[in-house]
Design a protein around this ligand. Sequence first.
Ligand code: IPE
Ligand code: IPE
Ligand code: MG
Length: 228
Amino acid sequence: MDGVLKHVGIIVDGNGRWAKSQGKSRSEGHLAGSNNLEKLIIHISNTDLKYLSLYVFSNENFKRDIKEVSYLMNLFVKMFKHVSKKYKDYNIKIIFSGRRDKLPINVLKEMDKLTRETKDNTGLVVNFCLNYSSHLEIIDAIKKIQKDNLKIEELNEDIMNKYLYQDLPPIDLLIRTSGEQRLSNFMLWQLYYAELFFTKTYFPDFTEKEYDSIIEDFYKRNRRFGGV
Ligand code: IPE
Ligand code: IPE
Ligand code: MG
């Protein structure tokens, strides 16, 4: 493994607190976050990063008020419809991680459409983690391994990786906005040697400039992977 930055993960957090600080509703916070995310993805697609994993809705987020959950689900539909043409122009490939159960049919339809439409793109791969839980991902992988009658003695890291929702390289850098310093069940396997970066900025205010400065900071860090 080298020091090159291939895969960035972002925990998109702080939409609700951003809204509160502006005297706005949580929905307005999510809308501002979603608009900002669209912009940020385009910016990142113009860099030489290969993989971007975005935590946009956790399995646990279904605990929220039904009104907030349905607002978010409709926002995903709108966003996926809106970006579909743009992503083709920017050569962005979209994939998804998470369980399909509990997601409304219209969301699943747009997810499948976007996946299909961008599957041959060769630029940035954007992995939307939607209805995602890292614990459930590991449990689902073990269930698939058993179904395939794979011999447990043959299991290694590469094979395990192939049984996860997506076969991705490890995350090199994790960014979480909003000041929280926790992982909240995000890609625990893939984050095993990630550099962690926490910023106090609420996601709707997180700019391309701040992203670029975090990338600069990443290159100043000394990654050792257990060596000296
Ligand atoms: C992130 O913003 C978006 C989702 C989790 C869907 P939050 O909604 O968690 O915002 P805060 O943490 O309440 O500020
Ligand atoms: C994590 O954020 C999930 C996403 C950003 C999609 P939360 O806002 O749900 O996390 P906690 O509850 O503060 O840990
Ligand atoms: Mg939050």
